[in-house]
Write a protein that binds this ligand. Sequence first.
Ligand SMILES: Nc1ncnc2c1ncn2[C@@H]1O[C@H](COP(=O)(O)OP(=O)(O)OP(=O)(O)O)[C@@H](O)[C@H]1O
Ligand SMILES: [Mg+2]
Length: 307
Amino acid sequence: MIEIKNLSKYYGRLGAVVGLNLRIAQGEIFGFIGPNGAGKTTTMRVLATLLTPNSGSAFIDGLDVTKQGREVRRRIGYMPDVMGVYDDLKVFEYLEFFAAAYKIPLRQRQPIIDGVLELTDLTGKRAALVDSLSRGMQQRLQLARVLVHDPKVLILDEPASGLDPRARIEIRELLKELRRMGKTIMISSHILSELAELCDHFGIIERGRLVFDGTFEEIRRRMGLQNKVRVRVADRPEEAAAALAALPQVAEARVVQDTILVTLADGTTDGLIAETLVRAGFKLLALQPEEVKLDDAFMALTEGKVQ
Ligand SMILES: Nc1ncnc2c1ncn2[C@@H]1O[C@H](COP(=O)(O)OP(=O)(O)OP(=O)(O)O)[C@@H](O)[C@H]1O
Ligand SMILES: [Mg+2]
């Protein structure tokens, strides 16, 4: 649905985006992650037809963003990282303004505006001044605004920045709802943990270059976590660890605090662990894969500590 080929954008001699390649499939939520100045906004502005790249190309729904801007704009909803100032404009006027800009016929505007207000839980704020809304509500209003023309693709630049935890969760739930509606969503952030649960696919960008492109599973693999599991037993963890270490499927089992950290031998699964422990009379409390802290993943992947 989104395809970026060898895209570069320079500001003078500064390479804001350098040779970027990326594909985002239809219906995916793609997390675009990178520190300040990495090139996220630049890439998104190119996709939104607001910025012309120096070289390379980008396509949305098969349309070239530099040559078919008008058709592309009809298919995308772009939410910039800053919200403008709208003196004396009410919520419904703001949405009517955008509905008119997208040339939505007058008769259809009202039901569409009602629909997006409902979806973003702003129905009660319809007559409020835009500038009087809280930041979380303004972010939801921005989302309502990009939905007015029912685009297939949403390009959202840090939609959760500056929000409190509750407002972030609300935005996340809203994005899940939009995915259920079949939208393809590209979302940027530098708060990694926020995207872990939401996204199907991640790209990590640093200094204009994509340093990782893949799924959460691949991040786990790249970090060497794919064969690590955590086991907890009710008592005698040292003995349980020794019983596990004796298995040919287990490369290592050691106790850290009350948890047994098990490293499986390559090509094996954790299938035998529960059975072995239970048969040996241990009471199994938990058996789970080692968790990935995305921030650690980010550090490892961008600093080239892991291959
Ligand atoms: N209009 C501009 N003129 C000159 N340099 C720019 C311009 N816009 C962006 N840059 C530079 O391009 C690089 C990439 O910026 P960009 O805004 O794309 O980063 P970002 O990943 O969105 O960062 P942030 O997380 O801070 O939003 C930065 O070094 C920035 O200073
Ligand atoms: Mg940015």
